[in-house]
Design a binder for this molecule. Structure first.
Ligand code: FAD
Length: 333
């Protein structure tokens, strides 16, 4: 039976749930303080890869489900999703390829420093020189993964939702889930870090991330990521490139220009390029939940059914379709 569904939140979790509900024929309305680009989701690098999220036994199946959907979406270049080679490095040890990555085609990078030398036409002397400077990378592996260009992808989700008859209302801040109009039978909580106040969840921690957007790098054909401190990534997109990053326990949404300078310097050093100008700087609060993603059905004080879908930490995009599918199943039981 079709339901009347109110979704709180217009980041990647809320929008993806909205698309799934609306395309299944449910009357779907999203309400949010901020929309797509203004949310944490708008600040994300948005590469598919499980990171800074718990618990692994649930996260990996949701991530793999999302992977499959995104591979399909990436066939349409207008979706904002595409496939990219991810080169994941370690500075400190022999990198372990996660078990789940092997069936997806992950392979060890043999000569890490040479692999990182992106100037394929460069001289041997240049490559050796680069190798010396990059000796802090001990090992790495490569894997083709989906990348979502947030500047396109979130708008595409919005269009899909509206095209399926859904609606979005901005500038709505709920104090309680019960404040949602009683004409909706179902309430879906996709409020990200906002769930700390909305449902008084003390398990949530803001894992602050800052990125710098730099001009497009047409000769960087793959994403470079190193999770060892200092966290470093360079993710080329269609029209620009995302340099990161940081992961600190902090609520501070203000951009720190010294951090941007540090990010740009570290990425430029690793890629062996001149420092580019930062076109923009973005900060977001990854909604990390100590006891793991909250994906569960509950009952509101007024008797209505609610499904919580928040706490995706550094993996909101990576888990989005897997979690949305689960939410719809739980909600329509
Ligand atoms: C720098 C950075 C890089 C990242 N890189 C990646 C990556 O490469 N891959 C990946 O998978 N993930 C990445 N992430 C993590 C990802 O961005 C988050 O997991 C994801 O954005 C969470 O999405 P969400 O929709 O749950 O929450 P949000 O995007 O925060 O959206 C929450 C929504 O709820 C609304 N809201 C909150 N409280 C209320 C309220 N009381 N009333 C009404 N509305 C409310 C907000 O306005 C907003 O619309 C990154 C994050 C950062 C900061």
């Amino acid at each position: 039976m079709n339901k009347s569904v109110a979704i709180i939140g217009a980041g990647v979790s809320g929008l993806t749930c909205g698309v799934v509900f609306a395309e299944q024929g449910h009357r779907t309305a999203i309400f949010a303080k901020e929309l797509g680009q203004q949310t944490t989701s708008g600040a994300a690098a948005a590469l598919w890869f499980p990171y800074d999220v718990e618990p692994a036994n649930k996260v990996i199946p949701w991530a793999l489900e999302t992977f499959r959907t995104l591979v399909d979406l990436a066939r349409n270049p207008d979706s904002g999703a595409s496939m990219i080679e991810l080169r994941q490095f370690s500075r400190t040890e022999e990198i372990r390829i996660p078990d789940w990555a092997i069936p997806l085609g992950a392979r060890r990078l043999s000569a890490v420093a040479t692999a990182l030398c992106r100037r394929a036409g460069g001289s041997r002397a240049k490559r050796l020189d680069t190798a010396r400077r990059l000796q802090d990378f001990q090992s790495g592996f490569s894997l083709r993964v989906p990348l979502m260009d947030t500047t396109i992808y979130l708008d595409c989700l919005t269009k899909r939702l509206l095209g399926a008859g859904g609606s979005i209302t901005e500038n709505v801040r709920f104090e309680n889930l019960e404040d949602v109009d009683s004409k909706y039978d179902l309430v879906i909580n996709c409020a990200g870090i906002g769930s700390r106040e909305l449902v008084s969840d003390a398990e949530l921690e803001p894992h602050r991330g800052q990125v710098a957007i730099v001009p497009r790098m047409k000769d960087l054909p793959y994403a470079v990521v190193c999770d060892d401190a200092p966290l470093m990534y360079a993710i080329p997109r269609r029209n620009d490139c995302v340099f990161g990053g940081t992961n600190d326990l902090s609520d501070d949404l203000a951009v720190d220009s010294a951090t941007t300078a540090r990010i740009v310097a570290e990425c430029s050093r690793a890629l062996d390029i001149e420092k580019p100008n930062a076109l923009a700087e973005r900060v977001g609060l990854r909604p990390f939940r100590k006891s793991g993603v909250r994906l569960e059905r509950a009952r509101l004080r007024d008797g209505r059914t609610c499904v919580h879908n928040y706490g995706h930490g550094g993996s909101g995009f990576t888990l989005s379709w897997g979690c949305a599918g689960e939410v719809v199943k739980m909600a329509t039981l």
